[in-house]
Write a protein that binds this ligand. Structure first.
Ligand SMILES: O=C(O)CCC(=O)C(=O)O
Length: 365
């Protein structure tokens, strides 16, 4: 059963009145009288925000495609206005970008296709620490279009695992050698830290990439690329493939519009192609999420404290704040985003907490 997602209201009331939807993002209930088809065949909706709704569960089609390929493109998550707003904010912070210019920071091997023709990738961090300017970036943490997929891939109580950042490529800028893989594509060894599983219909990915496209990625442009199905591979990648020199027909660059989101298991081998457009900087904001009990990054203990950098906590919704919890099990009093967008605490009984205190002298075991 699908419900109007109340989270949609809290996030979207603060954003634009125009929302793009696609077949994959088929809404459960939308005011049909205001739907129209845009030139690029996307369904454009100028419906009042309060009537917008999203599926509250990952759909069967989404499950099939994610399990098959190890990634999925979710269309039109951010509205054109939100994309514009995010890019304007990035423009204001452009001077803070850090180019990976030193040889030790390069992501591709010189002389290979992925290296491009010279410039390094530019990284722009602190996207959640810009106060009101971070609104669009924060919206991704508990975005009503994405929450059902996060639940379907990571489970309830999912958490932000890495600090998100904007990655930028100017003309000719290097991409990123293929990396990741449940069978590490470099060593051929099993990597449980990026494990992907599907057991009795339940998908789980220990680390999920969430690449929010902020510019169009047309065929041949370059940028994010992936080896579909490699999350289930059993063997080491053949020599030459990691650099895109060989077997490039098996390396796919998903074609996306600004506002689309690519969700990918870090267990799916991926990377980036050099950027080819001459007058258009590539921009994407990359997040990583993990199940409630899993942790790969350690910035949730920034500077040795048990919190993310303090600035992140400003102006968060309850749902966004829940996603910033450190790793621990759901049954230990964890705030959970529910499928209707509300946040509920999964509680541990008072008596058991008292027992923990009696035994360990701490609030939890
Ligand atoms: O450029 C991209 O979209 C992929 C980047 C990536 O995989 C990484 O930074 O680990």
């Amino acid at each position: 059963m699908r419900f109007m997602n109340t989270l949609a209201k809290s996030v979207l009331l603060t954003t634009s009145a125009v929302r793009s939807l696609t077949v994959i993002a088929k809404p459960s209930r939308v005011n049909k009288t205001v739907l129209s088809v845009a030139a690029d065949n996307r369904i454009m909706s100028a419906a009042p925000l309060s009537t917008q709704s999203f599926p509250t569960e990952m759909t069967e089609a989404e499950r099939y495609l994610f399990d098959l390929n190890g990634f999925i493109v979710i269309r039109g998550v951010l509205t054109p206005e939100e994309v514009r707003e995010a890019n304007e904010v990035i423009d204001r912070h452009e001077h803070e970008m850090v180019e990976r210019s030193d040889a030790a920071l390069r992501n591709a091997v010189q002389g290979t296709k992925l290296y491009g023709s010279g410039p390094g990738r530019k990284d722009l961090g602190r996207v959640l620490e810009w106060g009101a300017e971070s609104k669009v970036f924060k919206s991704i943490l508990g975005h009503p279009r994405l929450v059902p997929l996060f639940h379907g891939i990571l489970g309830k109580g999912y958490r932000m695992d890495h600090l998100p950042f904007v990655l930028c490529q100017d003309h000719g800028a290097e991409g990123f050698q293929l990396h990741g893989g449940t069978i590490d594509c470099e060593t051929g060894e099993y990597n449980p830290n990026l494990a992907y599983s599907c057991f009795q219909g339940t998908i789980r990915s220990v680390l999920l990439g969430c690449n929010v496209m902020l510019t169009d990625h047309n065929p041949g442009d370059g940028g994010f690329c992936v080896v579909p199905g490699s999350h289930k591979s059993n063997f080491k990648m053949p020599d030459g493939m990691r650099d895109g020199e060989l077997y490039s027909e098996y390396i796919i660059q998903p074609v996306t519009k600004a506002g689309d989101v690519v969700l990918f298991s870090e267990g799916t081998v991926h990377g980036a192609l050099a950027w080819t457009p001459e007058n258009r900087q590539r921009r994407a904001c990359l997040y990583r999420f993990a199940p409630a009990t899993c942790s790969y990054g350690r910035s949730y203990m920034a500077d040795g404290e048990s919190t993310w950098p303090k600035g992140i906590y400003e102006d968060l919704t309850e749902a966004q704040r829940a996603v910033l919890e450190p790793p621990y099990a759901n049954r230990l009093d964890r705030p959970n985003i529910e499928s209707d967008g509300s946040v509920k605490l999964t509680t541990r009984s008072k008596r058991k907490r008292q027992h923990d205190r009696d035994v360990f002298g701490t609030k939890y075991f």
